[in-house]
Write a protein that binds this ligand. Sequence first.
Ligand code: DX5
Ligand code: ZN
Length: 228
Amino acid sequence: MSYRIAPSILSADFARLGEEVRTVIEAGADLIHFDVMDNHYVPNLTMGPMFCEAIRPHSSVPIDVHLMVKPVDALAAAFAKAGAGLITFHPEASEHIDRTLGLIRDAGCKAGLVFNPATPLTYLDHVMDKLDMVLIMSVNPGFGGQKFIPEALNKIRAVRQRIDEHTARHGGEIWLEVDGGVKVDNIRAIAEAGADTFVAGSAVFGQPDYQAVIAAMRAELAQSRRSA
Ligand code: DX5
Ligand code: ZN
């Protein structure tokens, strides 16, 4: 197991998206985080499946599609078809969570649930065997560049425990991703709470040298007391 850094292209230059994807992968990105907002589940509007299809040839790493949409199922299927590697959705936005998770895996993608800052973890209770990823939001979804909510660290610790208990008993691998306000100066504390996959939008694309930011993040992660 190792740490993964997933730059969010929400903060990239949309007029040069293919180039931005290539540059950030060369700079060391492990995943491309792709934020889908529908102006209904969240108060913002971003990219549909056509964007995913368009950047797919530019990406040598999996595309990590974060669906902030309601309803979920039709778009999940469309993103699987458009080349997503992982698809996560917010459980309260799906009428049938188990069915949606199954639909994503059946389409050949890794599947995950996303928890807003105030969404309880009880949604995990009966679906651990259907998950490849748990995504903890450390901001309210909808916008890049927001401040990390410290309570997320407690939630990450709680999810880490659930994942470790589950995998010790049943095997498999479930990634624990964090999204929102992740920077060089807090990534180590987040890793020590138990996260292994880190979304970073403005922290990466807000700087001229993506490689320097990602290297600085990895240097912090290397010092984490929790070796992932
Ligand atoms: C927010 C999105 C995030 C966003 C993170 O709703 O889900 O992925 O791009 O941006 P930063 O890293 O700037 O907080
Ligand atoms: Zn996201």
